[in-house]
Design a protein around this ligand. Structure first.
Ligand SMILES: [Zn+2]
Length: 447
């Protein structure tokens, strides 16, 4: 690009000279230095189930630097008064598909058609919108688990991390890897001649293909590996899945398995996958095996509501299974598999409505909050950097009028959201300006 304009903004000047002058963009250094002090009327700690009153949380450089009742507010700090609210760590959805939105019109909720109708660039833009809708509802971390076109999930994660747009922290899987066909049942013409399975799924049938598929996803920005355990009669063996686990571990990554048969679930547990998506094939025996191995359960706890197509019978079975998993001490996570549009609801409003199922299972409110926060951080592997409200952690937090430890429905009214030390929502209104930048303010090397 030529620098031809006689008067350039500081940002434009930096853009033109970026290769020779490593100046930070305007705003970032000031933001890094600025101190924000949050007055929290109540501060919940989901891990211990306790509430502290009248707390001060100091934030600088995107991180929490101090938390306590007697923390002095430095001169010049911007004070955010949340003394009428309860501050909580941000929420986690461990199974969402931000770049997939199938609809009643025109595809009758049949996502094979969504994949044909919606291009990856369009889906990436949908993902940016869905990500903001999730953040507005208090979800500061989302595991984005495949069905995201040709790596729209990576584009979303990178756009957020580089600092172009606001959004949750994204832990994305890239393409779902499966035996030939993935979850689709395409015609030979569509699959073989037109390749209308890839890029929605990545075929890997032999051991060489498994290694290559894992490496392709890592190369193109995946942070977790997602596999179809048993979407086809030729599902993966225990040996196959151990190879996935070993190959992913070489790059420091974990493997989640989509399960839909009992036998597939049993093999996945035996192979030691990190997490299992969906819950239909699980039972008491499998839950006990999962608890013993510490495998995370990312079920699909769709409530029976006016908007869902879940029958009362299916809902009751789901509730019973969830309760059984809880009683067996399984590592539970809040997980929705949200990938569809319900008119009148944002993606975030849809997701938060899943707490109905957890309430129906009789799980105490404080435990539900712990599952939606702490267990989520552990499953997403952010626990040591992002999530808990304590010094040294990324400054992510939300605030609600009630106390979610006592009434989990309080999470339906998120009034305040802070992400990386920046305010995304205040007094119930989204104010995202500070997140929008015309360049990669956090560095273009973030991939
Ligand atoms: Zn899913």
């Amino acid at each position: 690009m030529r620098c031809s304009r006689p008067v350039m903004s500081r940002r434009a000047a930096i853009f033109c000279c970026a290769l020779t002058i490593a100046l930070p963009p305007a705003g970032v250094s000031a933001q890094q230095e600025a101190i924000t002090a949050i007055r929290a009327g109540r501060l919940v700690e989901p891990e211990t189930g306790t509430t502290a009153v009248n707390q001060i949380i100091l934030v600088q450089g995107g991180q929490i630097t101090a938390v306590g009742a007697d923390v002095p507010i430095p001169a010049g700090a911007e004070v955010i008064d949340l003394s009428n609210l309860t501050v909580s760590p941000g929420l986690v959805d461990t199974h969402n598909h931000l770049a997939l939105t199938y609809k009643m019109e025109p595809e009758n909720n049949f996502y094979y058609l969504t994949y044909v109708l919606d291009s990856t660039p369009l889906r990436a833009i949908q993902a940016a919108s869905n990500g903001m809708q999730m953040l507005s509802a208090g979800f500061t971390i989302v595991r984005d688990m495949g069905n995201n076109g040709n790596y729209a999930d990576t584009a979303l994660r990178v756009a957020i991390e580089q600092g172009w747009i606001p959004g949750p922290t994204i832990i994305n899987s890239g393409l779902i890897i499966g035996g030939m066909g993935g979850q689709f049942w395409p015609t030979p013409e569509m699959a073989l001649d037109h390749k209308i399975v890839y890029p929605e799924y990545l075929d890997a049938d032999t051991h060489d293909e498994i290694v290559k598929a894992v490496r392709q996803n890592i190369l193109f920005g995946a942070k977790v590996i997602k596999i179809c355990v048993d979407c086809k009669p030729y599902g993966y063996s225990v040996e196959d899945m151990k190879l996935f686990v070993a190959e992913a571990a070489n790059a420091g990554m974990k493997v989640e398995g989509h399960i839909q048969t009992r036998e597939g679930a049993r093999r996945a547990i035996e192979a030691g996958l990190w997490s299992l998506a969906h819950d239909e094939p699980l039972d008491d025996e499998l839950h006990k095996m999962m608890a013993e191995k510490g495998i995370f359960r990312a079920g699909t706890e769709t409530p029976a509501t006016a908007w869902s197509r879940t029958s009362q019978e299916a809902f009751e079975r789901r509730v019973e299974l969830l309760r059984n998993a809880y009683d067996n001490g399984v590592n539970l996570t809040f997980s929705t598999d949200a990938d569809y549009y319900i008119p009148g609801m944002t993606r975030g409003e849809l997701v938060i409505d899943f707490i109905k199922t957890w309430q129906a299972a009789g799980i105490p409110d404080a435990k539900i909050l712990e599952i939606m926060t702490i267990n989520g951080y552990k499953c997403a592997e952010t626990y040591d950097q992002r999530g808990p409200i304590r010094p040294g952690m990324a400054a992510d937090m939300i605030a609600v009028p009630g106390n979610p430890l006592e009434d989990i429905d309080a999470l339906r009214d998120v009034q305040f959201v802070m992400k990386d030390g920046m305010v995304f929502k205040r007094d119930g209104v989204v104010t995202p300006e500070v997140f929008f930048n015309a360049g990669p303010v956090n560095g273009w090397r973030i991939r």
